[in-house]
Design a protein around this ligand. Structure first.
Ligand code: ADP
Ligand code: ZN
Length: 683
């Protein structure tokens, strides 16, 4: 274990293998390590866990981590142990032996991190145990679970505030949910209303490509998107349970490995899908939002929305599950008028109080605005979260700027058609009026007598559909919750109707739906074979160790290996994600794939890799090799053990006296002078 006083950066590299903090992490780690109460709002994949794991190593005593999901806790504990950190979990998923081991480690004070399921807090024994365990910090993951309005509400989270008060220790709460109401609830319930230090940071996820398309044969749109990404893990989010099942089936028929997941499934079946997704390479899960919080897989390469999410926050959180390892990831969100209708009615029919519903409409509007954006989507998304940015160059609108036209006239015609028919009809009928199409309904209601009848023949039916969708997207019209399908004008539309404001619309939104997204490779053609070979080695190691592949190394690390092709363990150690423990365990195996050499590296040498001592070890070995048979090559062969050489490389004796503490007289005589030359030459 590293010393408690070790600075954050050293631990970051040594234990976690990362070269630098991600945006926001550094300050949060500092505040948590200092013992401040902290609320950190970070995007999914922003690297929250590090923000309590690292301070846990810096602070004395035990850090208790409360997390709502067993699978997630087990994953983190496994990851920490791989990195050489004493961590354990108490959950209902434990075997008796696992629980015993955790209690033993608690008793002898060796445990640094204890993960607890919230249900445990209801147990008096747990409370007593925590009182005696020398807890110095409480970390709460997914802190929005205290909010009773969220669909992740966990009543047991309400006990955390009392625990904090009873133990009198600092608390650090983490969530990816950014809306102010949820934040207020967190402060009220976890911090007893005393505002903690709050961090809202790092919402940009530059490796995620953003794209939206209006629905136009949505099933085929999803199938083409998946086809262009064959063999890569992805999630397809759907609005209904039934759709998850049929779409998963359609994907399987196209030869993908795909399964469905929704809240109506047995817990056991859900668990099985989670397990498969975590361990299998290239599985697609077609799911409702129930597949969410527990998804901790860092190498999800794409996320598609077959239906529009419910708000801009939900959208952000869902796409954020892609590419947590920092390697390229892609997203596609489909939307259409039916989605808008559905989402609005869900809000209107929900049980939340009126202010909350109003806010929910606002959040849906923000998402629709993003869907109908005319400039860089990332810039607009970040602006919503309060971050300023330039055009990103990595979204569909930066790739191909949309063609726009002055839509003021079209919008006024459409509004007028709606108003003159008492705001009682949906887009289909209004378009018939505008285009002057004689239908039975028109004839019956004598809508052909209206002055708006036939005034919109300059646009095709498809173009009018685009206009109506964009009007709903800009919240100029809303579906009437009382009358199915009817569109009513909102106050926002008034200035346009009166000719006080103009509006620009996208022309090509519908036509563009035909385009197939191009496949983007993860690495250049030249590096692709090496990347596959590295992945194959990873799969073999993962299967042998019965862990998910990313526990060995995430995609991003393998990509960096393929691109930089380290030739020695020391160069390998410089790669992001290669900490000292992992280097020791797996470095040689991956190096062998790259260099094509054998894996025979002595364990004593492996331990030194990545440090100066590593190259010193090699130099000492070389000096020794020249003297195995003495100066003149005629004496009896003699060598030092690898651990003796390692000791020298670490202790760096610079005079014969200190050298003799490591080497016996015979070896000191043969090698001493040459070794001292090497050691003294090193800086
Ligand atoms: P979340 O914020 O969603 O909980 P995690 O803590 O699981 O995200 O981190 C997401 C991924 O980012 C993990 O694979 C983690 O190893 C990686 N990560 C975290 N911090 C860094 C860093 N400073 N440099 C590189 N990768 C990091
Ligand atoms: Zn952009």
């Amino acid at each position: 274990m590293p010393a408690e006083s070790a600075p954050a950066e050293a631990l970051l590299k040594d234990v976690f293998g990362f070269d630098a903090f991600r945006p926001g992490q550094g300050e949060i780690v500092e505040a948590v390590a200092r013992g401040d109460n902290v609320l950190a709002i970070m995007p999914t994949g922003g690297g929250k866990s590090l923000c309590f794991q690292l301070p846990a190593l810096m602070r004395g005593g035990l850090t208790v981590v409360i997390s709502p999901l067993i699978a997630l806790m087990r994953d983190q504990v496994r990851g920490l142990r791989e990195a050489g950190v004493a961590a354990g979990a108490l959950t209902s998923g434990n075997t008796a032996e696992e629980t015993d081991a955790v209690w033993d480690a608690l008793q002898d004070g060796s445990l640094k991190l204890l993960y607890l399921a919230p249900e445990r807090l209801a147990n008096a024994g747990t409370q007593r145990m925590l009182g005696q365990a020398g807890v110095s910090l409480i970390a709460v993951d997914e802190a929005h679970c205290v909010s009773q309005w969220g669909h992740d509400f966990r009543p047991d989270y309400l006990r955390i505030g009392a625990l904090r008060a009873a133990l009198g220790v600092p608390l650090a709460a983490f969530t990816a949910t950014a809306d102010p109401e949820t934040q207020d609830e967190i402060v009220a319930r976890l911090f007893d209303g005393q505002s903690p230090q709050t961090f809202l940071r790092g919402f940009d996820r530059p490796n995620i490509h953003l794209a939206f398309l209006p629905k136009d044969g949505p099933r085929q749109q999803i199938l083409s998107f998946a086809a262009a990404r064959r063999g890569r893990s992805g999630i397809v989010y759907c609005g209904t349970r039934a759709k998850t099942e049929s779409l998963a089936q359609a994907l399987r028929e196209e030869g993908h490995s795909a399964c469905f997941y929704h809240g109506g499934m047995e817990a056991g079946d859900r668990r099985a899908v989670e397990e498969r997704f975590a361990t299998e390479d290239g599985l697609i899960v077609v799911a409702t939002v129930a597949f969410g919080m527990g998804v901790d897989k860092p190498d999800i390469r794409w996320v598609a929305h077959a239906d529009l999410p419910k708000s801009i926050e939900a959208y952000y959180q869902e796409i954020g599950r892609a590419g947590r390892d920092g390697a390229p990831a892609e997203t596609l969100t489909l939307y259409g008028p039916e989605d808008i209708r559905l989402r609005r009615s869900q809000i209107d029919e929900g049980l939340a109080p009126p202010e909350r519903r109003q806010a929910d409409h606002g959040r849906l509007n923000a998402l629709l605005g993003l869907a109908e954006a005319q400039g860089c989507r990332r810039r607009q998304l970040l602006a919503y979260f309060g971050e300023e940015a330039g055009a990103c160059g990595h979204c569909d609108l930066c790739d191909t700027p949309p063609e726009t036209f002055d839509g003021t006239e079209a919008v006024r015609k459409a509004l007028s058609a709606a108003l003159r028919t008492g705001e009682s009809f949906g887009a289909g009928h209004l378009i018939d009026i505008l285009r002057g199409t004689m239908t039975d309904k028109i004839r019956q209601r004598r809508h052909d007598d209206l002055p708006t009848f036939g005034v919109g023949q300059d646009l095709t039916r498809g173009q009018w559909q685009g206009v109506f969708r964009q009007m709903m997207g800009h919240d100029l019209m809303r579906p009437d919750p009382e009358r199915h399908g009817a569109l009513v004008m909102t106050d926002r539309a008034l200035p346009i109707l009166r000719g006080e404001e103009s509006i620009s619309l996208r022309r090509d939104a519908v036509a563009k739906a035909e385009r197939r997204p191009a496949v983007k490779a993860l690495v250049s053609d030249e590096d692709a074979p090496l990347l596959s070979a590295l992945k194959a080695r990873r799969r073999a190691l993962a299967e042998a160790a019965r862990v998910p592949a990313y526990v060995i190394f995430p995609d991003r690390t393998l990509i960096e290996m393929a691109e930089t092709r380290p030739e020695t363990l020391d160069q390998m150690a410089a790669i992001n994600g290669v900490g000292s423990k992992k280097l020791e365990r797996y470095g040689a195996a991956f190096l062998a794939v790259i260099t094509g050499a054998s894996e025979e590296v002595h364990p004593a040498r492996r331990k030194l890799a990545g440090r100066n001592a590593g190259s010193l070890y090699d130099a000492l070995m070389a000096a020794q090799a020249a003297l195995v048979r003495g100066e003149d090559g005629t004496e009896k062969p003699l060598t030092c053990s690898a651990s003796q050489i390692a000791k020298l490389a670490e202790a760096r004796p610079t005079c014969p006296d200190s050298l003799s503490r490591v080497l016996d007289q015979r070896r000191a005589e043969r090698f001493g002078a040459a070794f001292l030359d090497v050691l003294n030459a090193a800086d």
